[in-house]
Design a protein around this ligand. Structure first.
Ligand SMILES: Nc1nc2c(ncn2[C@@H]2O[C@H](COP(=O)(O)OP(=O)(O)OP(=O)(O)O)[C@@H](O)[C@H]2O)c(=O)[nH]1
Ligand SMILES: [Mg+2]
Length: 472
C-alpha cells in the first residue's frame, strides 16, 4: 500500500447517525502520497473513486504464479479470469507474466530478480499498474511498489474495486466499504514517519501519537460504526424472516458463479426485473420474489450476489448480512453456466464460499443454464445426478426446473409443532430421535414441542401435530 492520502470524510452511507465529529479528519493533504504512484486504496469506496484510475483506461500487466502441485493451465485460466476482472474494473490487461515457484517469496512474492524483469516489461509496454493474481501481504505490496516503480495490486483489490463501483444501495455500499477498510487497515502506513503537525483538539492524537496512529484509530472507528449499522439491518431481516416462517412458506436461494445467469433465472421464473448484464458482479443486493409451483405450493426465491474463484474473505465477511438469506434457505438453486470452460472449477469455488458462510449442508439443486448456447448444459446435466438443464434466455427447461424445486422442497425438513400427551413418552423420544427439537414447553395436557422433522417422520407423528399442517 503506497502512501495513500488521508481518507476523505466518508459520507454516512446508511443515513443513520452521522460520523462522529472528528477533527482528525482534517489532515494536511500535502503530507501524504509523495511517491510517484497513486495509492491503491487511497479512497473509500462508494464514491466512484477506486483504486483503478478511470479517467482513462489504465494499462495493466498481470502476474500469476504456478505452484508445484498445480499445472500451468490452471494459472492461465485464473489469469484469463483476472483479465476479465480487470476489464470489468475499467482497465486493459496488456501483458501477462507467469512464474513457476515452489513457495512465495516472503518479501517480494515473486523474488527480487523476477520483480526487476517485470519492471522492465512494464516499462516496455508502458503500463501503469501491475496486478498479482494472489493476495499480497502488506509488506510484499510495499516492497513490490518500490521495485516496480508503479502501483502493485492484488486480485482482492480488483474485486473490491468492482464491488465498490457496483454498490448502489446503502447496505451494499456499507458492506463494500467495510470490506475495503478491513483490507486497508493493515496496509496503512507512510504518514507515520512523521509526527502529525496538528496539535491539540478533542479526538486528535495524544502526546507523541503519530499520524499513522490517528489514521488507524479513525479507520477502526468507522469500521466499528459500519459493523453496528449492518448488524441492525441483519436484525431487521431476521424479524422479517421469522414472519415468513410463521406463514410456513419455504425459501430457496439462487447461488452461483458470477455471470452464470442467476438474475436472468429469477426474472424468467417470477415477474422480477433484476438488472441483467454481461458483467461480473452486476448483482450485489438480494431480491426475493414469490414463486408459485405447479403443485400449488409457494416458495420465496431469492437472487443474490455471485461468487468467484479466490473471493476475498473480507468481502465474504462483510457480506454476511446479505448472505444470511442463503444460510437461512431450505434449498439452494445452484446455477452453473453450461458454456463455462471449467464448470467443475466454478462449482468448487461456489461451494468453497458456501462452506465459509456455513451453508454447505443445505440441500442443493444444480441447474446448468444457457442450454441455448450449445450442448454444454445438457451434457453436464446428464452426468450430474438430479441436475436440470435450462435456458433463462429462451425459457427452455423451466417447467422441469419448477417441478424439481417442488420435489426437493417436499423432501426438506420442516418446522412443526406437536403436542405430546404426558403418557406418550415413547412419542416424545421418537421426536428427539428423528428430528431436531428446537423448543419444548411443559403444559397441562402434555409437552408442546417445536421441532424440525423430515416429511416422513412428520407424517408418522401426524396425530400429535398441532401446527405445520402443510405437511403431506
Ligand atoms: N445465451 C444465454 N445467455 C444468458 C442466459 N442466462 C443469462 N445469460 C446472459 O448471461 C449474462 C449474465 O446474466 P445475469 O443474469 O446478469 O447473471 P448473474 O448470475 O445474475 O450475474 P451477476 O449478478 O453479475 O453475478 C447476461 O449477459 C445474460 O444475458 C441464457 O440462458 N442463455
Ligand atoms: Mg445477477
Amino acid at each position: 500500500m503506497p502512501e495513500a492520502g488521508p481518507p476523505p470524510e466518508p459520507e454516512d452511507m446508511l443515513g443513520t447517525d452521522s460520523v462522529e465529529d472528528d477533527p482528525g479528519m482534517d489532515i494536511d493533504e500535502s503530507a501524504a502520497g509523495s511517491d510517484t504512484h497513486r495509492g491503491g486504496f487511497g479512497e473509500f469506496g462508494g464514491d466512484g473513486a477506486g483504486l483503478i484510475d478511470r479517467a482513462f483506461r489504465e494499462r495493466i500487466v498481470l502476474v500469476g504464479v504456478t505452484r508445484p502441485d498445480r499445472g500451468s493451465s490452471a494459472t492461465e485460466a485464473s489469469l484469463d479470469e483476472l483479465s476479465l476482472l480487470v476489464d470489468t474494473a475499467g482497465a486493459d490487461a496488456v501483458e501477462r507474466v507467469c512464474q513457476r515457484r515452489a513457495a512465495p517469496d516472503a518479501a517480494t512474492f515473486v523474488g527480487a530478480g523476477k520483480a526487476r524483469e517485470i519492471r522492465a516489461l512494464a516499462e516496455a509496454v508502458d503500463c501503469d499498474t501491475v496486478v498479482f493474481d494472489d493476495e499480497l501481504s502488506p509488506a510484499q505490496q510495499f516492497n513490490l511498489e518500490k521495485l516496480l516503480g508503479r502501483t502493485a495490486l492484488d486480485r482482492t483489490a480488483v474485486i473490491l474495486d468492482i464491488f465498490a463501483q457496483n454498490a448502489s444501495t446503502p447496505e451494499g455500499k456499507a458492506q463494500v466499504e467495510l470490506a475495503q477498510l478491513r483490507y486497508r487497515l493493515p496496509r496503512l502506513r507512510g504518514a507515520g514517519r512523521r509526527l502529525s503537525q496538528q496539535a491539540g483538539g478533542i479526538g486528535t492524537r495524544g502526546p507523541g501519537e503519530t499520524q499513522l496512529e490517528v489514521d488507524r484509530r479513525r479507520l477502526e472507528r468507522r469500521i466499528h460504526k459500519l459493523e453496528g449499522d449492518l448488524r441492525r439491518i441483519a436484525g431487521h431481516r431476521r424479524t422479517q424472516s421469522k414472519a415468513r416462517n410463521r406463514t410456513r412458506n419455504r425459501a430457496a436461494a439462487i447461488v452461483g458463479y458470477t455471470n452464470a445467469g442467476k438474475s436472468s433465472l429469477l426474472n424468467r421464473l417470477t415477474a422480477a426485473t433484476v438488472a441483467v448484464e454481461d458483467r461480473l458482479f452486476a448483482t450485489l443486493d438480494p431480491t426475493t420474489r414469490r414463486l408459485g409451483l405447479p403443485g400449488g405450493e409457494t416458495v420465496f426465491l431469492t437472487d443474490t450476489v455471485g461468487f468467484v474463484r479466490k473471493l476475498p474473505h473480507q468481502l465474504v465477511e462483510a457480506f454476511k448480512t446479505t448472505l444470511d438469506v442463503v444460510r437461512d434457505a431450505d434449498l439452494l438453486v445452484h446455477v452453473v453456466d453450461g458454456a463455462d470452460g471449467d464448470p467443475d472449477g466454478s462449482m468448487a469455488a461456489v461451494r468453497e464460499v458456501l462452506t465459509e458462510i456455513e451453508a454447505d449442508e443445505i440441500p442443493e439443486l444444480v441447474v446448468f443454464n444457457k442450454s441455448d448456447l450449445g450442448r454444454g448444459a445438457d451434457r453436464l446435466a446428464q452426468r450430474t445426478e438430479g441436475a436440470v438443464a435450462v435456458s433463462a434466455a429462451t425459457g427452455e427447461g423451466m417447467e422441469q426446473l419448477m417441478g424439481a424445486i417442488g420435489d426437493r422442497m417436499r423432501r426438506v425438513a420442516r418446522e412443526v409443532e406437536l403436542m405430546v400427551p404426558w403418557d406418550r413418552g415413547d412419542v416424545l423420544a421418537g421426536v428427539h430421535r428423528e428430528g431436531q427439537v428446537l423448543e419444548s414447553t411443559a403444559t397441562e395436557q402434555g409437552m408442546r414441542v417445536r421441532a424440525r422433522l423430515e416429511p416422513g417422520s412428520a407424517g408418522a407423528l401426524r396425530p400429535y401435530v398441532v401446527d405445520g399442517g402443510d405437511i403431506e
